[in-house]
Design a protein around this ligand. Structure first.
Ligand SMILES: CC(C)(COP(=O)(O)OP(=O)(O)OC[C@H]1O[C@@H](n2cnc3c(N)ncnc32)[C@H](O)[C@@H]1OP(=O)(O)O)[C@@H](O)C(=O)NCCC(=O)NCCS
Length: 192
């Protein structure tokens, strides 16, 4: 019998001060369904996702790892073991580059978790891909919290670009600028 290994990449697990970034698992479905059912959470990311949509998004996330070697992780809060979101990397055909992404459940907003997870993901991908010159983030301009995360990471708005049928702001940071911006963040990704 001929067998084919379908996953083209190994997904690492990253540990930060307060978070664990680990591969998405089938057992995460109920947790993500709950997070994505909050209308405030989905306000700037396409609105409410039904459980089917959440599962398909998870499959696409795993597929992103398999096809491109980068992708998002499930974010677990280390002190509680709770699944608190999804964050990491994303790219697809026509995308402005390797994107850093962040999605945190509402009751964990405002704790710096997004930038803690993002900083770990950026560190990982820049070490993994020596050829990569910049990291981007694609954000709807009205998504103020997300814009603030990007700015806090040292990213700057470079242009507007139509993606998935809507005008998005593209934020970016170069490898060189990240090495400077990183020193202003503690290991956990929050400000010193
Ligand atoms: C965007 C998001 C990940 C931010 O998460 P977070 O853990 O609160 O982010 P942080 O604590 O690292 O930083 C949040 C920054 O935004 C600010 N912020 C948080 N919630 C905010 C809100 N509702 N309105 C305005 N600013 C907000 C914080 O004050 C902080 O700003 P500062 O660094 O200038 O002090 C979270 O709001 C989220 O998951 N939103 C829904 C999903 C989403 O839109 N993802 C982004 C897609 S581009």
């Amino acid at each position: 019998m001929i067998t084919t290994k379908v996953t083209g990449s190994t997904i690492p697990t990253l540990t930060t001060d307060r978070l664990l970034l680990r591969p998405l698992a089938n057992g995460d479905v109920p947790g993500f369904v709950e997070i994505w059912s909050d209308p405030e959470f989905t306000r700037h990311i396409g609105g409410w996702h039904d459980p089917d949509g959440v599962w398909h998004a998870m499959a696409a996330n795993i597929g992103c790892w398999a096809l491109t070697g980068v992708g998002p992780w499930a974010v677990v809060e280390r002190p509680t073991g709770d699944l608190v979101g999804r964050a990491g990397l994303w790219t697809e055909p026509g995308w402005p580059g390797i994107e850093v992404v962040w999605f945190l459940r509402r009751d964990r907003w405002g704790r710096g978790y997004a930038r803690e997870a993002a900083a770990a993901a950026i560190d990982w991908v820049l070490a993994e891909r020596p050829d990569l010159t910049e990291i981007v983030s694609v954000i709807l301009p009205a998504n103020i919290a997300s814009v603030r995360v990007a700015r806090r990471l040292g990213m700057t708005r470079t242009r507007l670009q139509a993606l998935h049928g809507a005008e998005h702001a593209v934020y970016a940071i170069s490898r060189a600028d990240w090495s400077v911006a990183r020193t202003r963040l503690s290991p956990r990704g929050t400000d010193r």
